[in-house]
Design a protein around this ligand. Structure first.
Ligand SMILES: CC(C)(COP(=O)(O)OP(=O)(O)OC[C@H]1O[C@@H](n2cnc3c(N)ncnc32)[C@H](O)[C@@H]1OP(=O)(O)O)[C@@H](O)C(=O)NCCC(=O)NCCS
Length: 377
């Protein structure tokens, strides 16, 4: 039996026409362009118009992805819509998208916060490599503005709405998804959540009075989790593919905050220029963030056939998900065969990373102590 590989063969994006700048937000809450830019790197974000729904945005992005892949909706074997902001609690937005596209296949919604699309990519690749399906549509889409409290400056400045779609197809040529990591730590659930509207606390007058239908976030907790997770999960996934960070052509991190990305780049000893960023224009678009960045990296020529890309998303749950891919039809490099120079380089870098990681963890309590002392002064 021939080997089966799962490759991204189509991509497309849809962003709502309405732009909300930092200056616009400064008229709504007590904030400033200077604060938002220096603390996050975000300058503006897109917010849905009256016409935009989660299903309509998914369909627009999906049509472009189908066109790039050169297939039609009828060719799809499965649709996975990754979102935390569906049109309705029921039915699944994936069935709406399946109907609107005219596809004749199974469809389900996947909820994993901002990690959603990477979870979806990995899920699709499992169906493909197992031989069950040949063509899967995976969409990351979010109208997160519907869950934002535009009187809360600590959250409303961070997020934006967008959709990005990908077609994952079977190939017999090596490449596509090479390795992945899916993670979850539900002990941090309350660090980023929507209090009301679920089974535990159905919508009520109290909900509206106390604005409990909107996202609540412990920014500093999420920040610490993100910095910890981004570098660690990327490294784990890269080594799992038999590669080192130096082999990666482009990193596509979740677009939450430029400071989180810069910290991860430093920890990994990778130039920050190798980390793609478009959060200045979109903010954090949650499940759409990583695929939107990937689509733009391709459009800008930063990601080409044969390139190795490492992506990582993290978010509510808490969850995280990473994947390493060989783009296009390029074959996996033979540089990592057992006795090659590439293999020696791999082992040397892996060992030095392990030593540095251990030293960093050992020094963490000291850093925390010094930080607290500085704050008290
Ligand atoms: C939210 C975040 C940008 C805040 O940055 P920070 O440097 O940690 O700022 P702090 O929370 O320490 O707040 C510092 C001050 O700025 C204030 N502040 C918060 N938001 C503000 C805003 N939009 N404008 C102006 N001031 C703001 C705070 O009230 C606080 O004031 P105080 O010192 O008087 O209490 C940062 O914690 C973050 O990015 N966290 C991760 C969030 C994230 O990525 N979430 C999604 C994950 S998928």
């Amino acid at each position: 039996m021939n080997e089966r590989y799962a490759k991204i063969t189509g991509w497309g994006k849809y962003v709502p026409a309405r732009v909300l700048t930092n200056a616009d937000l400064a008229k709504m809450v007590d904030t400033s362009d200077e604060w938002i830019t220096t603390r996050t790197g975000i300058k503006e974000r897109h917010i849905r118009t009256e016409q935009d729904t989660t299903s309509s945005m998914s369909v627009e992005a999906a049509k472009k992805a189908l066109e790039v892949a050169g297939i039609t909706a009828q060719d799809l074997d499965l649709i996975i819509i990754c979102t935390s902001s569906p049109d309705y609690l029921l039915p699944s937005v994936a069935s709406q998208v399946q109907h609107l596209l005219g596809a004749k296949c199974g469809a389900f919604t996947l909820v994993a916060g901002c990690s959603g699309w990477v979870y979806g990519l990995v899920t699709a690749s499992q169906f493909i490599t197992a031989g069950a399906y040949n063509r899967v549509l995976v969409v990351g889409v979010e109208i997160i503005s519907f869950a934002l409290d535009f009187t809360d400056r600590t959250t409303c400045v961070l997020f934006g709405d967008a959709a990005a779609a990908t077609i994952i197809e079977v190939s017999e040529e090596p490449g596509g998804v090479l390795s992945y990591e899916l993670g979850s730590d539900g002990s941090g659930a309350m660090a980023l959540y929507v209090p009301d509207g679920g089974v535990v606390a159905p919508l009520s007058q109290k909900t509206l009075d106390e604005r409990r239908q909107f996202i609540r976030m412990d920014g500093q907790e999420v920040f610490k989790f993100a910095v910890r997770t981004l570098a660690a999960s990327l490294k784990h996934t890269i080594y799992q593919a038999g590669l080192t960070p130096d082999d990666i052509d482009l990193f596509i991190p979740h677009q939450a905050n430029a400071r989180i990305i810069e910290a991860a780049a430093r920890q990994m000893r990778v130039p920050v220029e190798k980390f793609f960023m478009n959060l200045d224009r979109y903010g954090n678009t949650s499940a759409a963030s990583v695929p939107l960045a990937m689509v733009e990296a391709i459009e800008e020529g930063r990601l080409k056939d044969g390139d190795l890309v490492a992506m990582c998303a993290f978010g509510a749950g808490l969850t995280w998900a990473s994947a390493v891919l060989r783009m296009g039809s390029g074959e996996v490099s033979p540089a990592h065969s057992l006795f090659s120079v590439g293999r020696a380089r791999y082992l040397a870098r892996k060992t030095s990373d392990t030593v540095l990681d251990t030293a960093q963890s050992a020094l963490l309590p000291l850093y925390a102590f010094l930080y607290q002392r500085r704050k008290k002064k």
